[in-house]
Write a new protein. Structure first.
Length: 213
C-alpha cells in the first residue's frame, strides 16, 4: 500500500475491538493550564469561560438546589465566539480529571465534568474529593484519532478532524447526576454542597455549585 494511502487510512479509521475492559475511576491526565478559569456565584445556574483561540466553554445546570433522589442535569458546549471558521488543533491539555460518562474513550467532545464534595475552586482543586457519579462499566476498546476541530462561525457546530465528509455537529454534552456509586452499589447523592468542575482539553476550567437538601 502506498505511503499516502496508508496515512489516510490510519488517520480516519476507528478501531473497535470486541474486547471489553472494566472501567475504574475516570482520569484524564492533567496538563499545564493555558486558558482561563471562571467561578460561578452562589445560586448562578450558568457560567462560561474563555478558552483557546476564540473558543468559550459554556456550562449550565437545570437547578442549583435539588432534593436527595432528584437529578441535577449538567449541560456543556464548546462555542466559537469568532465570526469566521475556526480551526483549532487538539491539545489534551487537561487541567482537571473529567469525563462525560463511565467509558470516556467513546466520546469525541473536547470537554467533560467532575463533581466534588463541598466547595472547590482552582486553589484547592488538587485537594478536593471527587464523587463517583458513574458506575463501573465494561467499556469497549475504542480508538479514534482526533487532530483538531473545525468550528463554524459563531456556533458550537464543528467538524471533528480528520473529517470523513459528514456535516458539522454540535459540540455539546449533558450529564445527569443523582447517584453516587461505590463498587456495584449506588445510593442517592447525600445532602450537602457540591461543586461541578468542567474542563476542556485546552486548559479552560469552570466551577459551578449546587446543593442537595
Amino acid at each position: 500500500m502506498a505511503p499516502a494511502v496508508l496515512a489516510f487510512v490510519v488517520a480516519t479509521i476507528m478501531v473497535v475491538s470486541a474486547v471489553a475492559v472494566l472501567s475504574t475511576k475516570l482520569v484524564l491526565t492533567p496538563g499545564t493550564t493555558t486558558s482561563s478559569t471562571t467561578l460561578s456565584s452562589p445560586g448562578e445556574k450558568s457560567v462560561s469561560v474563555a478558552s483557546m483561540q476564540g473558543l468559550e466553554l459554556q456550562v449550565s445546570l437545570n437547578a442549583t438546589e435539588i432534593a436527595s433522589g432528584n437529578t441535577v442535569q449538567i449541560y456543556l458546549s464548546e462555542f466559537n465566539t469568532l465570526q469566521s471558521v475556526n480551526n483549532v488543533s487538539a491539545s489534551q491539555d487537561w487541567a482537571a480529571q473529567v469525563a462525560l460518562g463511565p467509558c470516556r474513550n467513546i466520546y469525541d467532545q473536547p470537554f467533560g465534568i467532575a463533581v466534588y464534595n463541598g466547595t472547590v475552586d482552582e486553589q484547592n482543586l488538587s485537594q478536593g474529593r471527587q464523587v463517583d457519579i458513574f458506575p463501573l462499566t465494561a467499556c469497549p476498546m475504542y480508538i479514534r484519532l482526533v487532530t483538531g476541530y473545525e468550528f463554524q462561525p459563531g456556533s458550537d457546530l464543528a467538524l471533528i478532524l480528520p473529517s470523513s465528509g459528514v456535516a458539522p455537529s454540535p459540540l455539546t454534552g449533558s450529564v445527569g447526576v443523582s447517584l453516587v456509586f461505590k463498587g456495584e452499589q449506588s445510593q442517592p447523592l447525600p445532602a450537602g454542597s457540591y461543586t461541578v468542575v468542567a474542563a476542556d482539553e485546552w486548559g479552560a476550567l469552570a466551577f459551578i455549585y449546587f446543593q442537595v437538601k
